[in-house]
Design a protein around this ligand. Sequence first.
Ligand code: PAF
Length: 270
Amino acid sequence: MIIYKSINKLKKEVNFKANIGFVPTMGALHKGHISLIKSSKKICKKTMVSIFINPSQFNKKSDLKSYPRNLKKDIKILKKLKVDYLLIPEVKEVYKKKIKKKINLKMKDKIMCAKYRPGHFEGVLAVINQFLKLIKPKYIFFGEKDYQQLHLIKKLIRKKFITKVVSCPTIRDKNKVALSSRNILLNSNDKKKSSFIAKLLLSFKNKLNNEIHLKKNINKIIFDINSIKNINIEYLEIRNKNNLSKIFDKKNFKIFLAYYNKKIRLIDNY
Ligand code: PAF
C-alpha cells in the first residue's frame, strides 16, 4: 500500500483514468468500512481509501475533538485488506485559500440531520466536491447507514461529476446495532439500549411492510424509546426512500432515526 500525505503527489503518481475505486472515510475503521473496501476491490482494479477528519462537517468543536482517531490500527487494517493507495491529506491542502468549506443545501433538503446538525451536510458535500474535483475516480463508495448523506452526495455527483456512486448495505453487529465509528464510545449497558432500539425498529419495519396503516404507532414508539434512561430521540420519521419526502407507501418507505445515547449521537435507518 502506498501512503500519500499530499493530493498533489497522488495526482502525479496515480493514473485516475484507470479503473479506480475510492472509499472516503474519517478513519476509526470498522466492518462497515471494510465492506465498502471489499466492494471496491470486487469491481475496481485499484482501490484508494482516504482518512480525513473533515473539520467543516462538525458543527460542534467538542464533537470534532472527541471523534475517534486510530491511525496506526487503521493502517494495519488497510494493509491487510491489500488496499492500493491510502490518502491522508492535510486540512490546508484540501481547503486551500478561497476554496468553499460549505456547499449550500436547498430548503427542501433541510430535514432530519440537515435540520438538527446545521452546516453538517454542507461540510460533507464540500469535502466530497473538493476530492472529486482533484481526483477523478471511476467509482466512489458509501454506506447506506448514512442514508441522507448518500442521498445528498448522489444528487451532487449526478449534477457535477461522472464518477459512479456505489451504495453498500448497513452492516450490523450480532445485536443488530449498526456499525459506526462512534460505537466505541458506548459501554456495554449503552450498547444494550442501542440494541433494544434497533430490534424494536426492525420489527416495526416488518409490520409496516405488511400493514402500512400501522405508521400511526410511531408516536407510541417515540414515547417508549424516550422512556429509556439516558436515551433522547432527536427525530424518528418515516419517509420515502427515493426522494426523502413524506409521501410513501409500503413499497418505498424507510424509517429514519437520530438519538442520543447519553452524550453520543447515533443515527440509523431501517
Ligand atoms: O461518512 C463519512 O465518514 C464522512 O461524512 C465522509 C463521507 C468521509 C466525508 O467526510
